[in-house]
Design a protein around this ligand. Structure first.
Ligand code: ZN
Length: 277
């Protein structure tokens, strides 16, 4: 049994503030061991639950946040950016039986600690086929095409609530409870590690890969905080203006869909000016 862990940082233990997840800051350095503790607890739990292999994919910012030297020796990790499937890189090789979303968060424009979808401020909302979407939902649609179930989700309590919509059977561990976008009632890393380890141990039983399902067409809509970003986004082929600050595209499947999403957010982030956005 092989488990893939997609590890984002905003939903990690103790994290509540932009500097906590901004590479290079003293606060980020302080939070890296707590993030690593969450991920390592999942690794240990999955091995206890019967996994033979656990692969971690770093999924936050420049994708070099976890402390490799503090991880269980049985794990391996994909560090660094520019990967075909971004946050769920590794799922496409046909050998993953289950995936965990560790340190996840809610989507742009919704309640949740450090809520956003890919870009911190420029993207104010994302919808897939008309329903509001988080990164968790987008990634769940991708892995579904490979027949890989989401078995565990960790983050704040709102993230666990959100996950019930896209992975109703997955185990959820809330490491903190939402107070505001920048505040939470936090539990200690010792306590959250115990909770994650125990949930991962049980979640391993859900890691049963199905045959890949035929790609399904999805329409993805994005809303930005400024009108000029629509002009930037529509440079990407297939992306059309649907409103003053909105664009949409339709993909034949989410393998294409997530790559177009990545292209749009990359182009848009390059068009954001420091003061005016
Ligand atoms: Zn992140």
């Amino acid at each position: 049994m092989k488990i893939l862990i997609s590890a984002d940082m905003e939903g990690a233990t103790g994290v509540t503030w932009p500097a906590d997840v901004l590479p290079g800051t003293p606060q980020w350095e302080r939070c890296r061991p707590m993030f690593t503790s969450d991920v390592n607890a999942a690794v240990i739990g999955f091995f206890e639950g019967g996994a033979d292999e656990v692969l971690i994919n770093e999924a936050h910012w420049t994708m070099r946040n976890l402390l490799l030297e503090q991880l269980d020796d049985r794990a391996q990790m994909i560090t660094g950016r520019h990967k075909t499937l971004s946050m769920v890189e590794g799922v496409q090789h046909g050998d993953v039986d289950g995936i965990a979303f560790v340190g996840y968060h809610t989507g742009a424009g919704t309640e949740g600690v450090l809520a956003h979808t890919y870009l911190a401020n420029s993207v104010t909302g994302v919808w897939v086929d008309g329903s509001r979407a988080s990164e968790g939902l987008l990634n769940a649609l991708v892995v579904e095409e490979y027949g890989v179930p989401v078995v565990l989700v960790t983050g704040d309590d709102r993230t666990i609530e959100d996950a019930k919509g896209y992975a109703p059977d997955a185990y959820g561990v809330a490491v903190k409870d939402y107070v505001s976008r920048y505040a939470a009632v936090c539990r200690t890393p010792g306590r959250t590690a115990a909770d994650i380890r125990s949930a991962a141990g049980r979640a391993a039983a859900l890691a049963v890969r199905a045959s890949p399902s035929p790609p399904q067409e999805h329409t993805v809509e994005l809303e930005f905080d400024a009108e000029h970003l629509v002009g930037a986004a529509t440079v990407v082929p297939g992306v059309e203006r649907t409103g003053e600050r909105r664009v949409a595209y339709t993909s034949p499947g989410m393998y294409e869909g997530i790559r177009t999403f990545k292209a749009v957010t990359t182009v848009v982030s390059a068009a954001v000016e420091e003061q005016y956005g």
